[in-house]
Design a protein around this ligand. Structure first.
Ligand code: HQG
Length: 200
């Protein structure tokens, strides 16, 4: 398909797979997977105004392959093709332990940094990093080199908060890593307290 068509499909897939399974009555497993066949039956239009039903399995595969942050995974099981978003969910159908791989030692992490904006900093320093609407606070496991995008933070962030991974693990914070190498945590009750910031 054309680049615009595939980009628009990717954006819609992101929205559905992270946020809309419940309201759409989509059968989503606790590891986040839904059947591609079920998606292609949905009566929705992409951001390019193309009905989802007019897309093919090959379009979906192309959208997954071309996604600039590797937001999706495909899985073939019992002759069926399944798809999931690797991170970013708000739907509580997914369980961290099933979607993600737990990080057990600080040695597994070279780098763990949350990207945000100056306008949020005062509030973050007051109340810690909150997961907001999502299930997890997001951290990147690398830094973008010039102009490149990186999974786990937006391209236009202007504040970087480094997590003290060793201290967080020592004190019982559960850290996870997604298939696209985003580091995720529920913190403690959805908050990563300021005392776990290594530097800003
Ligand atoms: C901020 C994108 C005030 C937080 C990215 C962030 C990532 C606070 C915003 C993924 C706060 C939440 C996630 C506090 C946190 N006071 N602001 N106490 N605590 N915030 O979208 O990390 O392209 O839920 O810093 O690349 O921005 O969608 O999280 O600015 O991977 O794949 O509240 O989304 O990826 O925003 O982004 P979000 P995020 P995709």
């Amino acid at each position: 398909g054309s680049k615009d068509k595939i980009d628009a499909l990717g954006r819609l897939l992101t929205r559905i797979l992270r946020h809309m399974a419940t309201e759409l009555n989509l059968n989503m497993r606790s590891d986040g997977y839904v059947k591609v066949e079920d998606l292609l039956k949905l009566n929705m239009k992409t951001f390019a105004n193309i009905p989802l039903r007019s897309h093919t399995v090959d379009d979906i595969k192309e959208a997954v392959r071309k996604d600039n942050k590797q937001r999706f995974s495909l899985l073939e099981e019992n002759g069926e093709l399944l798809i999931r978003a690797n991170q970013g969910h708000t739907v509580t159908t997914v369980e961290s332990e099933r979607l993600l791989k737990q990080i057990l030692s600080a040695d597994e992490v070279q780098f763990c940094v949350h990207g945000t904006y100056k306008r949020n900093l005062e509030s973050i320093l007051e109340s810690g990093l909150k997961r907001m609407k999502r299930l997890h606070v997001h951290f990147s496991s690398g830094l973008p080199s010039d102009g490149e995008v990186i999974s786990g933070m937006r391209r236009d962030v202007n504040v970087l908060i480094y997590l003290d991974v060793r201290k967080a693990l020592e004190e019982g914070m559960k850290l996870y890593i997604s298939d696209n190498k985003v580091i995720l945590t529920e913190g403690f009750d959805g908050v990563v307290p300021v005392k776990y910031f290594e530097k800003i």
